[in-house]
Write a protein that binds this ligand. Structure first.
Ligand SMILES: NC(=O)c1ccc[n+]([C@@H]2O[C@H](COP(=O)([O-])OP(=O)(O)OC[C@H]3O[C@@H](n4cnc5c(N)ncnc54)[C@H](OP(=O)(O)O)[C@@H]3O)[C@@H](O)[C@H]2O)c1
Length: 288
């Protein structure tokens, strides 16, 4: 599509969530679709949990090509799909749907996007000691793909039970021991001592609490890779302190961009204009 003209052949993609107002996806995907000139548009849909089933039927009825899926639907949407990619099935969450002639298949590009962001920085997870802070939805996607790629994992969470539950699930799928610890200074100190990579998947440090960090600055060291998946702010306090201590930092913007790139590729079958997507995301985040 050129110059945003919608015609009779325009293909539709979108995002479902509730709430949906704060999503970055329309800005990023419309910039990419326009650049690629493929005749696609991307729209936000506020779908209430009780209307999720009808919304998914509507994807088939309206011949919508694909959807991104965000909170609170990533788990609940699975029973309404025809097929789920094997990693997304293990993770138990889907954030991307592709409509192939009314057959809907779910994927988890949070997982593949995180991995691609890491690999693009030249970091291979195989055999690395990775400390994951948090045991929520994003943590689960990241922990599963890292386990799949042969990383040694420690999951540290404010409440111990979700970390233990995740460690148990990873063991049952991959036969891989994962340490689960409660988030406190003592445990952080022990875990970070032998860590190659630390990934913050908690919301600690996210706007409007940008002054906070889940890790004491003194525990950060040169050689450590610190990946904070928060993208608002683009540089969190954890990242700023890690950089000051000589650690390598990766921003959540990269995961946001690469999960979008993976979705774009699934919907269009073409490679995505990555830099356009990054610039549009950064522009939108800068004006927040
Ligand atoms: N860059 C990207 O593409 C991308 C993608 C997805 C998510 N994210 C970001 O990742 C973050 C988490 O998202 P999510 O969907 O995984 O959320 P979630 O499922 O609600 O999980 C939130 C996690 O944060 C922990 N947490 C919350 N408040 C805390 C506090 N005060 N102290 C310590 N831990 C705390 C929770 O611990 P408990 O279990 O103890 O409550 C839980 O582990 C958000 O900032 C989100 O924006 C980024």
């Amino acid at each position: 599509m050129e110059n945003n003209i919608i015609s009779g052949t325009t293909r539709i993609c979108g995002i479902i969530g509730d709430p949906i107002e704060h999503t970055m996806s329309p800005v990023m995907h419309n910039a990419a679709f326009q650049k690629a000139g493929l005749g696609f548009v991307f729209v936000p849909f506020n779908v209430k949990p009780e209307e999720l089933k009808q919304a998914i039927h509507g994807v088939r009825a309206f011949n919508i090509r694909g959807l991104s899926v965000t909170i609170p639907h990533k788990v609940a949407v699975i029973p309404f799909l025809d097929e789920v990619d094997s990693l997304a099935e293990k993770i138990g969450a889907v954030n991307t749907i592709v409509n192939e002639e009314k057959r809907l298949k779910g994927y988890n590009t949070d997982a593949s996007g995180f991995l691609r962001a890491l690999l693009k920085e030249g970091i291979q997870p195989e055999g690395k000691n990775v400390v994951i802070l948090g045991a929520g939805g994003a943590s689960r996607a990241i922990a599963f793909i890292l386990a799949d790629r042969g990383a040694e994992l420690t999951i540290i969470n404010r409440h111990l039970a979700p970390a233990q539950e995740m460690a148990g699930r990873i063991f049952s799928f991959f036969r891989k021991e994962v340490k689960a610890l409660e988030l406190n200074r003592e445990n952080l100190k022990i875990a970070l001592d032998g860590a190659d990579i630390v990934v913050n998947t908690t919301s600690v440090g996210m706007s409007p609490n940008a002054g906070k960090s889940p890790v004491g600055a003194d525990l950060l060291k040169p050689g450590l890779v610190v990946f904070d998946i928060i993208y608002n702010p683009m540089k969190t306090r954890l990242m700023a302190e890690a950089e000051k201590r000589g650690a390598k930092i990766i921003s959540g913007v990269e995961m946001l961009v690469w999960q979008g790139v993976a979705a774009f590729e699934l919907w269009t079958g073409k490679s995505a204009p990555v830099q356009v997507m990054r610039e549009s995301a950064i522009r939108a985040l800068s004006s927040k």
